[in-house]
Ligand binder design. Structure first.
Ligand code: MN
Length: 231
């Protein structure tokens, strides 16, 4: 299918004008941001600072897509995540500036070739083969931060073929959206078009061709993905 680089939010990114698309520039992803998920991966949360990996913007795929079972893996996993969309330039942000730079939020799936990620991790190599591959970053419609309200009480969940697999709350996040934007902005000039996948709660698992995934966060449009056959 055609690779799309644009996410259509429900509302304009800028307060002025009638732009309805959110052109995606970079995709930052946070590792181990829920203690229960870190534990199920056999590691501990690093509470000194968050850490990141990056997916190319070309990995983005809109919610509702059917994507092929990817090549090179026998352990293809879902990770349901809250996604932050940056709406204004921010660098070395204070908490207040970080909050103001968050345009909105979305439901996203950080699809993962778990066997390749773990093999890389065991050899202390980068995670690219496990994480940064075509159609691995699924994203639903963006919703403006002002309508989502304070991040914390919302439930975050994922079902596979209707069965609940992940079920947590955003209050379980080790690093909050504001803390993540503050931290990342010490290393990058964040700008509109930058997405931050904020990590997944416990309950990750493998999917096979034909599986239907649906994830949700209270107050945000659901994200959906169907796993197609291998190419
Ligand atoms: Mn993830």
């Amino acid at each position: 299918m055609a690779k799309r680089l644009f996410v259509s939010p429900e509302y304009p990114v800028a307060s002025a004008g009638d732009q309805l698309d959110y052109p995606v520039h970079r995709i930052f992803c946070v590792g181990r941001n829920y203690a229960d998920h870190a534990a199920e991966m056999g590691v501990e949360v690093d509470r000194e600072a968050p850490f990141y990996f990056i997916k190319d913007a070309q990995c983005l795929v809109p919610s509702g897509a059917t994507t092929p079972y990817p090549p090179g893996t026998e352990n293809y996993h879902y990770e349901m995540e809250l996604v932050i969309a940056i709406g204004s330039p921010v660098f070395r942000a204070t908490a207040e500036q970080a909050q103001a730079a968050i345009w909105g939020y979305s439901c996203g799936l950080d699809m993962t070739r778990r066997d390749l990620q773990l093999a890389a991790r065991a050899k202390q190599r980068p995670w690219d083969l496990g994480k940064n591959f075509e159609e691995s970053a699924v994203i639903a419609r963006l919703a403006p931060a002002a309508e989502v309200g304070l991040i914390g009480p919302q439930r975050i969940w994922l079902t596979v073929n209707g069965k609940v697999k992940q079920d947590a709350h955003l209050s379980d996040l080790v690093w909050s959206p504001v803390e993540l934007v503050q931290h990342l902005s010490r290393y990058y000039h964040l700008a509109p078009g930058d997405l931050i996948y904020t990590g997944t709660p416990a309950g990750v698992g493998a999917v096979v061709s034909g599986d239907q995934l649906r994830g949700g966060i209270d107050g945000l449009p659901d994200v959906e993905l169907t796993v197609g056959p291998a190419e």
